[in-house]
Design a protein around this ligand. Structure first.
Ligand SMILES: [Fe+2]
Length: 335
């Protein structure tokens, strides 16, 4: 995938749009030939040859994931037009590259960026455009509005620090368990998740070494949605517990196979072709279901009630090329 011809004109931002953003108190941002403005309801993306518009609440939720996950694995589609592709060091930002209509008529536009530099621009944009009271990681029912003129900020929400256990959560001297006492209450939608604790019978002398906790209970106290925090990391195996409510803010086009284990409740997935965006399937996952998302699709999930999903990622850096070249099939098993 190469950038569009350099002869294309730079993005033309209308004076009225720029003045409007300024009068509302929001900064404008530039990355290469892309220009970003926000107003009370929308994010405006200008690029050589056109402009694109995304509702600002949806835009900020997608931007939060792209920043929080360091551009993630493969493609982060903000919608069916705009997104980023991670090349692990560099990032392509695109309009219409993975949209059949834009691509076939030559209306797509792509530019490659240094990942660190683009991440900084995205972080600054997220910081400036997120108003007090709006948490892009929270379910819509649990947060204030993203709309209106600029009103304060919410850096606490968008700069959440990852908590990393040295050995295991709850061991002496390590991260404490989540509890009511430290303000990490069971989410109201997870009142049905049992909070009992496992029995631990350690041999004498091993009381500080042998440990276990109820991961369902621990996860039920997470205050973020659609955020795969790694719970175990063994070589390239990354086991990620997530809590999902409302919808995945992005259409994720992975560059490798990704496994899902639905732990409780239900998620309905839209599966579209990764390159064209053509709808391929609906997948309904109920508690106990396991699915492998192929490497050539994009997926977007809908969780009517908050649910727990385990996402299993393979961190092997050779996989994107081996899938792209056809050496590996897009799916992991044949029955
Ligand atoms: Fe995914």
């Amino acid at each position: 995938m190469s950038a569009a011809p350099a002869t294309k004109p730079r993005a033309a931002v209308s004076k009225a749009s720029k003045a409007k953003a300024k009068s509302l108190g929001y900064k404008s941002f530039t990355a290469g030939n892309f220009k970003f403005e926000r107003d009370e309801y929308f994010a405006h993306i200008y690029y050589p040859g056109g402009r694109h518009i995304i509702p600002v609440d949806a835009y900020l939720r997608s931007l939060m994931r792209d920043v929080g996950w360091g551009f993630f694995y493969g493609t982060v589609n903000f919608d069916n037009v705009f997104g980023t592709i991670n090349h692990y060091g560099t990032v392509e930002m695109f309009i219409g590259l993975l949209n059949e209509a834009y691509k076939s008529t030559g209306r797509h536009y792509v530019e490659t960026f240094d990942a660190k530099k683009l991440k900084k621009t995205f972080e600054d944009m997220l910081g400036d455009w997120t108003n007090a009271g709006f948490d892009p990681y929270a379910a819509p029912n649990e947060t204030g509005k993203a709309f209106g003129p600029k009103k304060g900020s919410n850096l606490k929400a968008i700069q959440r620090q990852r908590m990393v256990a040295r050995r295991m959560v709850g061991l002496p001297g390590d991260l404490p368990m989540r509890s009511d006492k430290n303000g990490m209450k069971v989410n109201p939608q997870f009142k049905d998740v049992p909070q009992d604790k496992p029995e631990i019978h350690a041999e004498k002398g091993f009381e500080k070494e042998v440990h276990a906790f109820n991961m369902f209970a621990y996860t039920s106290r997470s205050d973020v949605t659609w955020n795969p925090s790694v719970v175990s990391n063994v070589k390239d195996s990354q086991f990620c517990a997530t809590t999902e409510e409302h919808m995945l803010p992005i259409g994720h086009g992975n560059d490798r196979v990704e496994w899902f284990i639905q732990v409780c409740d239900e998620i309905i997935w839209d599966i579209d072709d990764g390159q064209t965006g053509r709808p391929l399937a609906k997948v309904v996952m109920k508690a106990g279901d396991v699915a492998a998302m192929p490497s050539n699709i994009r997926h977007k999930g809908y969780s009517p009630k908050r649910s727990i999903l385990i996402v299993w990622e393979n961190n092997d850096g050779s996989l994107p090329d081996r899938h792209a070249s056809g050496e590996l099939k897009p799916y992991p098993v044949e029955f």
